[in-house]
Design a protein around this ligand. Sequence first.
Ligand SMILES: [Zn+2]
Length: 347
Amino acid sequence: MPTNPPFYMRAGRRTVAGILVAVVFGAVLWWNFSIRSGNDARQDDAFVVAVSIPPLASIAEQIIQDDGEVVTLLPSGSSPHAYEPQPQDVINAQRANLFVVVGENFDDWVLPFVPEDAVRLDTASSSGIERITLPDGDVAVFSEPHSDESHEDEHAGEGVTHSHGLGFDPHVWLSATNGALIAERYGEVFADYDPEHADLYRERATELASQLRALAGELGEHAEIEQVAFISMHDGWRTFADAQDLFVAGAVEEIPGKVPSPQQLLVLTDAAESGAAQFIATEPQLSAQVATTLACDLGLPTVVLDPLGGEGIEGRETYQDLLRYNVEAVDEGLRKASQPEFNPCSQ
Ligand SMILES: [Zn+2]
């Protein structure tokens, strides 16, 4: 099987950027250190949290509000699968006391941002979230050799590696129920790191968590989209599907950017022809070219599901709006699929 290493392992492309980041990073550290007399450089500053991706940043922002600052590391519209930090990003992030990431290899590109004395909070593994195991079936094989002890080594030699890494779906934020757990976890951690505002953070986190649990109920009651199956752009929608009682029939690109194999095309064709899949979901951060060609071939409509949203992306700026948007997008897919005059080759 061809090897397609994740972006953070592609040495050639990253070398120049890596050196540049390291140089700027070093210079900034030195500068901080030298003008602030060697104490904890950030001690007297406001509470600043750097968050890897927009939806988690939105949760953090709603808890911190004006009592601190949230820096979002991944710019709106970028894919976490292909992001290369810019030197300016590293400079912006240096003010942070706390780095919040999804964790578990999903956003390892954050690592160059994190100063040695900063604390990193791994969201997926520390929020009490029930993990969804990725299957080893014919849809995709996700294995990261040597990094998942519970995973048999049978796939280790195949070189099929998703840039997410482990055998769990890392897109844990795509369920409002998980969002509530994340909010509670953030509230506790923020309270620890900024005791002056501890009560406010805890109160807001509790309030946000109960809002999100209500939202989970509201979105879960979307009965008409239950038991529906769709083809996702990449294998990042299992948490969402689980929360909405949907099924993912397959992924167009198991690894973002990698064209489907003949075997994979067969799975997707089967899903479409048997009526198991009602639409194909593209994603705004990934090229839709292969998916739209496939949609035309298979006679399926496409809709845009967005795992990230973010600042300046209308209707998907906040975490709650992003979740609502995706449920509405599923509705749209079903509407399109039920229109007899629908033309899959002109969408
Ligand atoms: Zn993903």
